[in-house]
Design a protein around this ligand. Structure first.
Ligand code: VGL
Ligand code: ZN
Length: 226
C-alpha cells in the first residue's frame, strides 16, 4: 500500500508524566523515542494526530481519590455513569498524572508538534477511565467519546498506525478500538514502550492485540513504504 491519502498516524500520550526523568508515571525508554516519532511524522500520512491524557485533579483513576488505596497495587470497579447495568470495568489506580494545567500534562518538547494535524484530549471526564483515543470503553450508552472515529472517516482514512506511550495501556486500547471502528490497524512496536516490559507481559499483550485484529509491525516493515 501507499501511505498517502488513506493512512493516519496516532502518536499516543507523549507527555512529561509518561517520561523520565520527572514523570509521575514514567515509561522507561519513552523520551528516547522522540526521534523515531518525528521521523514517522515526516512520512506522508494524511492525518497525523497526537493525544493527551488530560485529567481533572479529582479523576477516578487516581489512587489519591480513594482512601486507603495504593497506586499500581489496587484496582477499582467502575460502572458506566449513564447506565449502572452496562458492563463495569476494573481499572488500575495510578499516581496522579497528566493533570490539566500542570507540566506533567504537556507534550514533551522533543516531539515536533508543528507536524501534527490535530491534538485530541482524553480522560477529561472525571467519572471514567479513558485509555483509548476514541474514548472510554463503555458501550451502552457510550460516554465521553472523542469523535475521532467520525473525524478519521470524514478525512477518508481507512488505515491507522498507532505509536507512543504506553504500549500496554493507551496504545493497546487505542489500537483495539480502532479495529472496532473499522480501521485496518497497525501498532509499530519499536515506536512504543511498555510499562510492563517482562517477556510474559509482552507475549500476552501481542497475543491480545493479534486476537483482536491488530497487526504488529516494526519500523522496517513494508507497510511504511511511502
Ligand atoms: C496511560 C495509565 C494511565 C497511558 C494513561 O497513556 O498509557 N496509562 N493513564
Ligand atoms: Zn491517565
Amino acid at each position: 500500500m501507499t501511505l498517502s491519502g488513506k493512512a493516519g498516524l496516532a502518536v499516543i500520550d507523549v507527555q512529561e508524566d509518561f517520561c523520565e526523568p520527572n514523570g509521575s508515571l514514567a515509561v522507561k525508554g519513552g523520551r528516547e523515542l522522540a526521534e523515531v516519532w518525528n521521523d514517522l511524522l515526516s512520512l506522508p500520512f494524511a492525518v497525523k494526530l497526537a493525544t493527551r491524557d488530560y485529567h481533572p485533579q479529582d479523576h477516578i483513576s487516581f489512587a489519591s481519590q480513594h482512601s486507603g488505596k495504593q497506586p499500581f497495587a489496587d484496582t477499582l470497579m467502575v460502572k458506566n455513569p449513564e447506565n449502572e447495568s452496562d458492563d463495569p470495568f476494573t481499572v488500575t489506580l495510578w499516581p496522579d498524572h497528566c493533570v490539566q494545567g500542570t507540566k506533567g500534562c504537556e507534550i514533551i518538547p522533543e516531539l515536533d508538534q508543528s507536524k501534527l494535524t490535530q491534538v485530541i484530549r482524553k480522560g477529561w471526564d472525571k467519572r471514567v477511565e479513558a485509555f483509548s483515543a476514541f474514548g472510554p470503553a463503555y458501550r451502552n450508552p457510550r460516554v465521553g467519546m472523542s469523535g475521532l472515529g467520525d473525524s478519521l472517516r470524514e478525512a477518508g482514512i481507512t488505515d491507522l498506525f498507532v505509536v507512543g506511550l504506553a504500549y500496554d495501556y493507551c496504545v493497546k486500547h487505542t489500537a483495539i478500538d480502532a479495529v472496532e471502528h473499522g480501521f485496518k490497524t497497525y501498532v509499530i512496536e519499536d515506536a512504543t514502550a511498555a510499562i510492563d516490559k517482562s517477556d510474559e507481559g509482552l507475549a500476552k499483550l501481542r497475543k491480545e492485540l493479534q486476537d483482536k485484529g491488530v497487526t504488529i509491525i516494526d519500523l522496517n516493515s513494508k507497510e511504511l513504504d511511502a
